[in-house]
Design a protein around this ligand. Structure first.
Ligand code: ADP
Ligand code: UDP
Length: 253
């Protein structure tokens, strides 16, 4: 059996060469990090949950015409995706003030924003992913004005779709991060949603109780992360078959 080629190992995922040119296999690890890797733990089953949840969100987006890198899930931890040329930016969309925005601007967490706000962060671990303006992005050539327009449009479409889907299961989509890449098709190129969409990259609050169901549970030491993610998966009807004690109904004798 041939050993497959590893392309990249990041904090939460590994990329392998895919079976055909222009494809990659994305492996979801259980590694969970916060503060740019300062806090690090293995949380059993997290990779399985994120693989399934990212598949669920990406296929939903594709069904409404939002292009994504997702091709198909291969197994519990891996999915086949289109290889893209990543734009070195994180696109954050916010509906409610939280996290770094609350800290930076002194706006209380939980404050509803008058409209969705989009921010760009430079993907650079050494610099701690600093926030950057559209001026910086264009001046330093990280993306063009057309790319920026397309990224804003993709961000807002993902926000509309994800907000609706989450609201349908009693969860408020507070904010999220997406990463976007470029694909080339003949003489044309276009931008598609890549990386992952999962509770690692979103803030999700239970509408009734305000309970956090996302990576803040880990970042802030609020309890059991895999329980929180399992709750999200359950509500969305996305339950992996093997996921610890709380997976699915049990036979009562
Ligand atoms: P990090 O690099 O921040 O530690 P991950 O562990 O999630 O994060 O690594 C996944 C890497 O794969 C990221 O750098 C991301 O930009 C990249 N990536 C995600 N999807 C694709 C894709 N379709 N094509 C190429 N690269 C991708
Ligand atoms: N986010 C992410 N990866 C990052 C930084 C942020 O997925 O490297 C997500 C985070 O989960 C949240 C949103 O982007 O849903 C906004 O994060 P924020 O800027 O508030 O940063 P934080 O304080 O969470 O580090």
């Amino acid at each position: 059996m041939a050993r497959r080629r590893m392309i990249y190992e990041g904090k939460a995922k590994i990329l392998y060469e895919g079976p055909e040119p222009g494809t990659l296999i994305q492996f979801f690890k259980d590694d969970t990090t916060a503060g740019n890797g300062e806090k690090h733990e293995l949380i059993e089953g997290k990779g399985v949950l994120n693989n399934r949840l990212s598949e669920h969100f990406m296929t939903g987006l594709a069904s409404i015409g939002v292009p994504t890198h997702f091709i198909k899930r291969l197994n519990m931890r891996e999915q086949l995706v289109r290889a893209v040329e990543m734009i070195p930016l994180e696109v954050v969309v916010r509906n409610v003030a939280a996290g770094s925005m609350s800290k930076r601007l002194g706006i209380e967490e939980g404050t509803q924003l008058p409209r969705p706000i989009i921010e760009f962060y430079l993907k650079n671990d050494e610099l701690n992913d600093p926030i950057v303006s559209e001026e910086h992005i264009i001046a330093f050539g990280w993306a063009t004005q057309q790319d920026l327009d397309d990224m804003v449009s993709l961000g807002l479409r993902v926000n509309d779709f994800m907000s609706g889907m989450m609201m349908g299961v009693g969860i408020k989509l507070v904010d999220f991060k997406i990463e976007i890449g470029r694909v080339f098709e003949g003489d044309f190129q276009r931008l598609i949603v890549a990386d992952e969409i999962s509770p690692d990259s979103c803030r999700l609050w239970d509408v009734e109780s305000g309970q956090k169901l996302d990576k803040d549970v880990f970042r802030r030491g609020l309890g059991d992360l895999s329980e929180a993610y399992t709750e999200v998966a359950k509500r969305l009807g996305v339950m992996p078959r093997q996921n610890g004690s709380s997976s699915g109904p049990k036979l009562v004798h």
